[in-house]
Each structure stands twice: as C-alpha cells, then as structure tokens.
Design a protein around this ligand. Structure first.
Ligand code: IPM
Ligand code: MG
Length: 360
C-alpha cells in the first residue's frame, strides 16, 4: 500500500527543517522500500501571501486526501497585525478542525546526551519521559460564542467560551489511557474542577473512562498545581491528559524541561488515525534562512508518523536510534550546542541522520 503524505513546510524555518525531514523520507523510500507518495502545499503566512488565506481550499482538500501530513511551522512577525481570521495560526487551527485531529500527543523526553541543556538540575530531569495528551479540536479554542462586543455603556468586552461535550472528553480520555497502557500505566488528568464547571464534567468523565482500563492508575491535578509540579518534580508524571488550552500551556512548560524544544516532535490524530505531524517548536523567524535551525524535531516527527499512522514501527525505531547516534557523535545545532561539541548546520545535521540510516 502506498501512503500519501502531504508536506506543508509553512513559514520561517519551516522550509529548511522540512528539507531535511524529506531527505530522510526519501532515503527510507529508496533503501528501505517505504512506499510513499509526497505532495507539497502552502499553509500559514506564506499561503496568505500567495492566495489571501492561510489555509487555501486546495491545501485542505489535499490534507483530507492524505494519510499523513508533515508540517514545519507557521507564523511570523510580518503577519502579526493581520485580522485574526487570516493569521497564519488559523491555517493550523483550520487543519486541526477540518480533519478532526482531536488527539494531540506531545512527548517530553530528555536525551541523556543533552542533560546539561535543561535549566533544571540534572537529577530533577534525568530520565524524563512524559507524554502530554492534549485535546485539540474543542474547548475554549473553538467554543462559541466568541468575539469582542460593545456593551450598552460603550465599553468593549471580549469573550470566549470553554465548552466540552461528554463525547469529546471520552474520546481524548481513551487516547490517553490507550497510550498509558503501552507505557508506565499512569494517567494524570489535569483540570480546574474547583472553579470551572466544564472541567468538573471533564473529571467526572475521566473517572468513568478509567473503568475500562483497570490496569491504568488515574489521578487528578488542578492545572496550577500541575504547572508547579512539572518544574518541581516532573518525573512523577507518565501520561498527562488535559484540555486544549491547558495542554497548550503545559506542553511548552514540559518541553522546556528538556532544554531543547528543537528536539521534540508531536502528533495530532483523528478517529481514523490519520495524522498531522509537526515539531513542537515554532517558526523561529529570528533564525529563518540562516541554516542554523535544528531539524531533529521534524525528523523525529517523521518517526512518529511511521509509528502512529503508517504502522512502520521498525522504521520509526531506526530513525530514533539514528538521531541518538548523531547525538552520540557530538553533533549539535546551535540550540543544543555546548562546550566540546561540534556545531553543525541544519543541512549537516539532516545529512548526518541520513548517513546513520544508510549505515544500518
Ligand atoms: C501550539 C501552538 C498553537 C496553539 C498556535 C500556533 C495556534 O501554540 O501548537 O501549541 O495554540 O495550539
Ligand atoms: Mg503552543
């Protein structure tokens, strides 16, 4: 079976890191018999510049037609003052909503070779391996009504709506528990049930879903405490499951524990296991075009794609061990550079991973 992959480089460093990730895909195609068809399309600010919208219809329909989407990053300072409806981020949100990608998996893994990159003490983070499962198509990001209205007094009032249906909570709960079964069998559900009714329901539904997974332990934590625990004692967590906005915030926090946001991939899946794969980091406009960005998060996103959508677990393992090996060889892009290491460009890092895969 030939897998259809849509490549969306996006903005900023997106095209540079994507060039390295597609190099890896082509190698797998040529030397490991991976059967794929790749197409490329526009999204984000570059799509807005070319077509007037951050998510052209052509891109959305190609996306719906693919098994997997590999996305670089969207956004940049030149688009920050656009109307919110056409900002680059809307391209991303439109893809998530359009494909129903409700389950967002954001691992935070500390590579032992990079233990010094964390701002936290090595003993607090060494061996860290957390999976944040973020609900991605509901909650306050998409809730209606939303907007800015003018009150009778003439004063403006902004408003958004935090809403979740039981079925939305259930399905993200199942995602989290299924992943936990393959890991350390612990799920921590993060909410603000002491203040928000919507997340009181969230907690209730999680307790219900947990009954289907007697081998997995469920705990609950308020989001403020979870933020604190993530920096105090992050290794207490295995899988965390939470709402769209809490997950947005906590996943950045968790990523930073590893000191190397340039290393972390993510997956966004729908009910059919169609998926969008992207690095956790953004478009980094300040370093775009300089050839210094770290392509490893995008390359590791390819590994997640192989694992979760294409069902090529062995190839996923191969990519992950190739990345480990280039780190063992002391190759470092600027973001993970430290004393005694060899500083390499985006392209050299991609080539090093390809060479590792060729040597297998
Ligand atoms: C993320 C990003 C997005 C989000 C933005 C770019 C819309 O921060 O993927 O975490 O808020 O979900
Ligand atoms: Mg975010």
């Amino acid at each position: 079976m030939t897998h259809k992959i849509l490549v969306l480089p996006g903005d900023g460093i997106g095209p540079e890191i994507m060039a390295e990730a597609t190099k890896v895909l082509k190698l797998l195609q040529q030397e490991y018999g991976l059967s794929i068809e790749m197409e490329q399309a526009l999204v984000g600010g570059s799509a807005y510049d070319a077509t007037g919208t951050p998510l052209p219809d052509a891109t959305l329909s190609l996306a719906k037609d693919s098994d997997a989407i590999l996305l670089g990053a969207v956004g940049g300072t030149q688009w920050e003052n656009l109307d919110i409806a056409v900002r680059p981020e809307k391209g991303l949100l439109g893809l998530r909503a359009g494909l129903g990608l409700f389950s967002n998996l954001r691992p935070a893994i500390l590579y032992p070779q990079l233990a010094d990159a964390s701002t936290l003490k090595a003993d607090v983070v060494s061996g860290l391996d957390i999976m944040i499962v973020r609900e991605l198509t509901g909650g306050i990001y998409f809730g209606q009504p939303r907007g800015v209205r003018t009150l009778d007094s003439g004063e403006k009032q902004g408003y958004n709506t935090l809403i979740y249906k039981e079925s939305e909570i259930e399905r993200i709960g199942h995602s989290a528990f299924e992943i936990a079964q393959k890991r350390d069998k612990r799920v921590c559900s993060v909410d603000k049930a002491n203040v928000l009714e919507c997340t009181e329901l969230w907690r209730e539904v999680m307790i219900r879903v947990a009954k289907d997974y007697p081998d997995v332990e469920l705990s609950h934590m308020y989001v403020d405490n979870a933020a604190m625990q993530l920096v105090r004692a992050p290794k207490q967590f295995d899988v965390m499951v939470t709402t769209n906005m809490f997950g947005d915030i906590l996943s950045d926090c968790a990523a930073m524990l590893t000191g190397s946001i340039g290393m972390l991939p993510s997956a966004s899946l729908n009910e059919k296991s169609q998926g969008m794969y992207e690095p956790i980091h953004g478009s980094a406009p300040d370093i775009a075009g300089k050839g210094v960005a770290n392509p490893l998060a995008t390359i590791l996103s390819v590994a997640m794609m192989l694992r979760y959508t294409l069902n090529e677990k062995q190839l996923a393992d191969k990519i992950e061990s190739a990345v480990n090996n280039v780190l063992d060889k002391n190759l470092r892009t600027a973001d993970i550079m430290s004393e005694g290491m060899t500083n390499v460009s985006t392209e050299a890092m991609g080539t090093a991973v390809v060479e590792e895969l060729q040597n297998k």
